[in-house]
Structures are given as C-alpha cells and as structure tokens.
Design a protein around this ligand. Structure first.
Ligand code: TMP
Length: 395
C-alpha cells in the first residue's frame, strides 16, 4: 500500500522555462500537487501522481548532460571501463540525452533511445542511430527484430523517470543477451534522506530507488542485481549492474552489504520517511530565515544553476525575486528565460546584470566542487555560497 509522507505543494514542470512573463504565457503554466509516497509492498518511494511523460519529455527539453565537465569526463571513463569489462558487441542506451555517453562508442555498435525529439535529432545527426521514442515493450520488440539482442544496456537518470517499471524491465528482459548486462544509475533514496535533499523530488523523478526496491521489482522479471557502485554525481546515486537471474554472474558481496545498510537505516519502514518529512519542514524554515536575514542586510543573493532541483526548492519555499535577484546558468537555451513557477530571470554568468554578488545560492549543489574551482576569484574576493544540503548554511 502507498502512503504519503511528504507534500511539497503546487509545483510546475521543472523543464518549463518561460520565454516571457506575459499574461498568456503565465496562464498556460501547468502546476500539479507534488506529494511523495512509500509503498510498503516493495519499499519503493514514488510520486503520488505521475505527470504525463509527454508533458515533460518533448522537443522543448532544455537539459544538456554534456554541459558539465564532471559529466563529460565521468561518462567517458565509464564507457571505457564498460567496454573493457564486458566487451559488448552491441550497446543500447535508454535516454541518451545529447549523446554524452554514446559519443564514446563506435557508431555502428550503438542504438540509442531518446523521447525528446530535439535531442534525438542531435545524436542522429552525429551519426548515432537514435529512436525518438519512449522506452517500452513495443519499442524493445521492434529494435530486437531489427538488430537482435544486445549485450550491454545503459541508462543514466532515466529509469527513475518512467512511471511503469514493470514495463521497463519486461522490455529489458526480452532484448538482453544471455550473459548481457543492464547498467543503470539513478538518485539514491538513502542519500536523499541523509542530505535532506528533498529537491530530488520533482516531476521527472517518478521514483527514487533503494537497492531493496529495485531488487523487489527485478525478482518479478527474473533479473538480479549482481554488482553496485555508489556515485557522488547528482548528490548520491547508485549504479546497478543487472543480469538475467540464471546468468553466469555471481552476486558480489557489495550487494548484500548494501542490503544490510538499508535494513539498518530502516528503508523498509514508513516511520523513517515520516521523520524525513518533518526534517524537510525544518529545512524550509531555516533556509527562509537565512535568506531573509541576508536580504534585510541589503545584500544580493543570486542562484547558481537553473536546476530542476531548485524548482522544487523555490516553489516549496515560495522564493521569488524579492529574495533571490536572478539565476545564472551556462546552458544557452535556459538563458534569458524565466524559472518555472518562481519566475526568476536566468542570465549567462558573463552577462549577469550585477557584477557585485554577495551570495550565490547553490542551486546546482551537486556540482559544488566544479563550481568552487571555477569561482575561485569570487571566493577570494569574499563572496559566499549558501547551500541547504545537508544543512542550511553559508559555505
Ligand atoms: P541539473 O542539476 O538539473 O542537472 O542542472 C545543472 C545545471 O547547472 C545546468 O543547467 C548547468 C548549470 N551549471 C552552471 O550553470 N554552471 C556550472 O558550473 C555547472 C557545473 C552547472
């Protein structure tokens, strides 16, 4: 049974950056109630109501995975490692975005699936066969008929976006070769609980996984987790290595170790999530207190990164341009637009209206290292950062 443990209020589509704040545009802005549930049957954390995928993943999709140097280099390393380890003849990627992963493979060996048509067009142009569709059973059958089974399936930050997980895994099951490997990575619920990073909940994240919940779903499809990696990208993710239940792969110790850690942290108990919900309320209170204090001192706060995560924060905490002046972001197709719901103007870092910024709010807190390196001068001149994870504070 699913039970709600967190209500983040009315929220917009995080990818819906507004071109202007004229009446018509504002009238068209879509809002839904963002509530988060725990299912005690399979220990899965999901949104109470899923937003229709075509509302989120369409030809207007703004996010470009290769915008970040961290992402570019980590996907390159990963592609090399997977190639060495599994020597796949045929590779399939589900949710290929702007090709940040597949660009590391030979064009003939890769098939990509990407429902955002603008992105699929981009990688097709680069010479990578990309299906501009949602991943489902029908598409998997179609690809299998044309190319046969595949030895490596990869998916980063996509499986958690798909409401119907049973369909995801049945579609994987039929196309994965006998000793093939399905590698996927998504935000980890234990990191969310520890960091109080409630901003991991937004329209696109239909689910936030634990190993327990993934294993429970895999069992229904005769698949198993054979290996795991903990990742720091996106503020704490797990990378799951999955094979057929009767494959040649033995389950590595780390899998049992993580199951034990999850049991110790009571990820199978509603009370754990309920407690987290109370901590989120406190985090909101602390953040507003800090931001308002700075503002009352006459200092300027700008948000760093027009991230999806910050859409949840700004709309939940009701932060507008009375508190945060504007947002900076390096992504060209977010610039000169307005953030969803909170309507803050987004500027290129080079073209921001004020040269003197006192505080940057780390909307892209998961890229803290990369940003601090880039902003050495700002820090040297006494500039400060604010983050809400794991605790609201000035850094
Ligand atoms: P995400 O966390 O939703 O993936 O988005 C990260 C956003 O942050 C993306 O729009 C790019 C932006 N960004 C910058 O503007 N400057 C930076 O230095 C980094 C690392 C990211």
């Amino acid at each position: 049974m699913k039970k709600i443990f967190l209500d983040l209020g009315l929220q917009p589509i995080t990818n819906n950056f507004l071109n202007s704040l004229n009446k018509n545009e504002l009238k068209r802005e879509f809002f839904y109630n963002l509530k988060v549930t725990f299912n005690n049957k399979n220990n899965l954390v999901s949104l109470s109501n899923f937003v229709k995928p075509s509302k989120m993943f369409n030809e207007k999709y703004a996010h470009r995975a290769s915008m970040s140097k961290t992402m570019l280099s980590s996907f390159k390393n990963l592609a090399n490692n997977l190639n060495l380890k599994f020597k796949p003849k045929k590779v399939l990627e589900i949710g290929s975005n702007d090709g940040v992963f597949i660009r590391n493979f030979k064009k003939d060996n890769v098939i990509a699936v990407e429902p955002c048509k603008n992105l699929a067009k981009l990688t097709n142009k680069m010479g990578y066969k990309t299906y501009p569709n949602f991943w489902n059973l029908r598409l998997s059958q179609k690809i299998k008929k044309k190319y046969g089974k595949v030895d490596l399936i990869f998916s980063a930050n996509t499986i958690s976006h798909i409401p119907n997980l049973d369909e995801v895994f049945s579609a994987i099951k039929i196309i994965l070769s006998k000793d093939g490997i399905f590698v996927f990575e998504d935000p980890y619920i234990l990191s969310v609980l520890k960091n109080i990073s409630y901003d991991q909940f937004y329209d696109e994240h239909a689910h936030v996984f634990s190993l327990m919940s993934v294993s429970s779903i895999l069992r229904k499809h005769d698949l198993k987790v054979v290996d795991l990696e903990k990742l720091n990208t996106h503020g704490g993710s797990l990378r799951y290595y999955i094979s057929h239940a009767d494959s040649k792969y033995k389950v590595k110790n780390i899998v049992n170790k993580y199951l034990k850690v999850e049991l110790k942290n009571k990820l199978n108990s509603f009370a754990t999530y309920k407690r987290f919900g109370l901590k989120v309320k406190k985090s909101k209170f602390e953040l507003l207190k800090l931001l308002k204090r700075i503002k009352n001192n006459g200092e300027r706060i700008v948000s760093y990164g027009a991230t999806y995560k910050s859409a949840t924060i700004f709309n939940f905490c009701k932060i507008d341009n009375k508190i945060i002046d504007y947002v900076i972001d390096t992504t060209k197709n977010k610039q000169n637009k307005f953030t969803p719901g909170s309507h803050l103007k987004i500027y290129s870092p080079e073209k921001q209206p004020h040269q003197k910024v006192d505080y940057y709010f780390l909307g892209a807190w998961n890229f803290k290292k990369e940003i601090f390196l880039k902003e050495k001068n700002f820090i040297l001149k006494g500039g400060k950062f604010i983050s809400h994870v794991p605790k609201v504070k000035v850094l």
